[in-house]
Design a protein around this ligand. Structure first.
Ligand code: C5P
Length: 299
């Protein structure tokens, strides 16, 4: 069984002060991209969960329990009372530790691939509960599309969105640790937690109308200032995209990837080439959204 799950960008990411449990409440709009990882799940006689990782961004990805796909297979096996072994093959197309929720995509793909392999009979709601335990972004990777996120990101609600959005994903050299970026934001803000974050109504109006320029004008991310503080070079990347005619640009999630919204597929190719020529990123990926959530691929 092979499943595919999408990368995401946050079109808006409002972050509260720290909660008692260390997490932060979010007001966000998740948007799934065609850029996706794949996970193949095969029965294995050894009775354990093992993994190998291939693909453009395989380097440095662990194969042990710290890999979210392995953790997902374990969690589902425990929940569904399955004791057969499984071998997972991950195809990593999503940059690692880039703020694109690639690890969460792998977890979501592993959940649906193993669920199909083992024929567990779990419902969507049960998989979503398991997903939320694995990580704040995993329920969204299961769901896909363009949706509102709240709580620590695991609570999802629909938005009305029409049309396609075209993106250039500018990959930075090296990743950023998500906890580190949240901690940096807390430090930069000092004591005042500020008001509860809220998604701007203008963004929802633009999404409803399929208005890419309107969406671009509302792209914002509270974590961006923290990511820029830890990686000052990202300011150059953001400025280069704007100069090259992108409709808008924003640091994706906790970064360091920068996502540029562009007018169409042709503009995406032009902006991607020019960003690479300018030397402000290590890779520039052309993609679009919204994309489906994690799904088993036809055999
Ligand atoms: O939920 P997940 O394991 O992906 O979160 C990784 C880390 O990111 C958390 O341990 C926490 O430091 C930070 N985080 C947060 N608030 C959120 C989501 C993540 O502080 N809403």
């Amino acid at each position: 069984m092979t499943a595919r799950a999408p990368a995401k960008v946050n079109l808006y990411l409002g972050v509260s002060g720290p909660r008692r449990d260390g997490y932060h409440d979010l007001a966000t709009v998740f948007h799934a991209l065609d850029l996706a990882d794949e996970v193949r799940a095969e029965r294995a006689d050894h009775g354990r969960v093992t993994a190998t990782v291939t693909g453009a961004y395989a380097e440095g990805v662990p194969c042990d329990e710290s890999n979210l796909a392995v953790a997902a297979a374990h969690a589902l096996a425990r929940y569904a009372g399955v004791d057969g072994g499984v071998h997972l093959t991950l195809v990593k197309n999503i940059p690692v530790a880039g703020g694109l929720a690639g690890g969460s995509a792998d977890a979501a793909a592993a959940l649906v691939a193993c669920d199909a392999l083992w024929d567990t009979g779990c419902g969507r709601a049960e998989l979503t509960t398991l997903a939320a335990r694995l990580g704040s972004d995993v329920p969204f990777a299961l769901h896909g599309g363009t949706v509102l996120g709240s709580g620590r990101g695991e609570r999802l609600a629909p938005v009305i969105a029409t049309g396609r959005l075209h993106w250039v994903v500018a990959v930075a050299d090296g990743g950023l640790s998500t906890p580190r970026v949240y901690a940096e934001l807390d430090a930069l803000r000092g004591r005042g937690a500020g008001p509860a974050p809220q998604v701007p109504p203008g963004l929802l109006t633009a999404l409803r109308g399929g208005d890419a320029r309107g969406v671009a004008s509302h792209l914002a991310n509270d974590l961006q200032q923290a990511a820029l503080h830890l990686r000052p070079a990202l300011a150059r990347t953001l400025a280069a995209g704007r100069d090259l005619g992108a409709l808008g640009g924003v640091v994706s999630g906790s970064g360091p990837t920068v996502a540029f919204l562009v007018a169409d597929e042709a503009a995406a190719a032009t902006v991607a080439d020019a960003l690479l020529d300018a030397g402000v990123c290590t890779d520039a990926l052309v993609t679009a959204g919204p994309a489906h959530g994690a799904r088993v691929l036809p055999a």
